[in-house]
Design a protein around this ligand. Structure first.
Ligand code: AMP
Length: 218
């Protein structure tokens, strides 16, 4: 199963990708997580990316394209994966087409998380992330068992700096201006499936499993 998860920040792409990983052994490839790792490690790529990420703007295409192509080449040919947060521009989408064609791994489906603005804002402003393993929580929708502590690895939970109100606005604008056109791009290829991004996580995962069955993917 080769999937692209498309939708605005806060649509639940990362949460569904983690469920896909746990229950269906689908690799979760998140460019946001990869970039945050680079920032944490102090690598020069991370230093270049940080100022874009902190202000809510997209990191330049060449940086993310290189990172994702390398990651895909590392995977076994039969391995399932879900791309979360990539592609985010038409240039990235066209480059991904080339990479996948060359390596004989065509995309099966593009899941478009259709999500309303109030839900996105509520999710992003209450999101908390584990500093150690990167798992996502939400202060109301998905709280950890112990306040401020990750259930999985006991790491400290923090609020991402780009989940502040002002940066959320910039990220949503970047989505509208640079990413939303990919809905039409993948619709034209017959790959796009709209899914109800406002559903809570478990209900949406059940919806996805039904969809995969209907599509002959499971
Ligand atoms: P995310 O965790 O997917 O919300 O991504 C966090 C931030 O990382 C974004 O706001 C961008 O600054 C950067 N980023 C992640 N993926 C991409 C991408 N495909 N293209 C450009 N920037 C990206």
């Amino acid at each position: 199963m080769k999937l692209i998860l498309l939708g605005p920040p806060g649509a639940g792409k990362g949460t569904e990708a983690e469920l896909l990983k746990k229950e269906l052994s689908v690799r979760h490839i998140s460019t946001g997580d990869m970039l945050r790792e680079q920032v944490k490690s102090g690598a020069s790529l991370g230093q270049q990316a940080k100022r874009y990420m902190d202000s809510g703007r997209l990191v330049p295409d060449d940086i993310v394209i290189r990172m994702v192509s390398e990651r895909i080449q590392e995977l076994g040919i039969k391995e399932s994966f879900a791309l979360d947060g990539f592609p985010r521009t038409r240039i990235q989408a066209e480059s991904l087409d080339g990479t996948l064609e060359k390596s004989g791994r065509p995309i099966d489906l593009v899941l478009y998380f259709e999500t309303s603005a109030p839900v996105v804002i509520q999710r992003l402003s209450g999101r908390r992330v584990c500093r150690q393993c990167g798992l996502n929580y939400h202060v109301q929708n998905m709280p950890p068992k112990k306040d401020g502590i990750c259930d999985q690895c006991e790491g400290e939970l923090y609020q991402r700096p780009d989940d502040s109100e002002e940066t959320i606005r910039t990220r949503l604008k970047a989505y509208q201006d640079q990413t939303a056109e990919l809905i039409g791009y993948y619709q034209a290829k017959g790959l796009l499936r709209k899914i109800p991004g406002d559903y809570e996580a478990i209900k949406l995962f059940e919806y996805l499993k039904d969809l995969f069955q209907r599509e002959g993917l499971s």
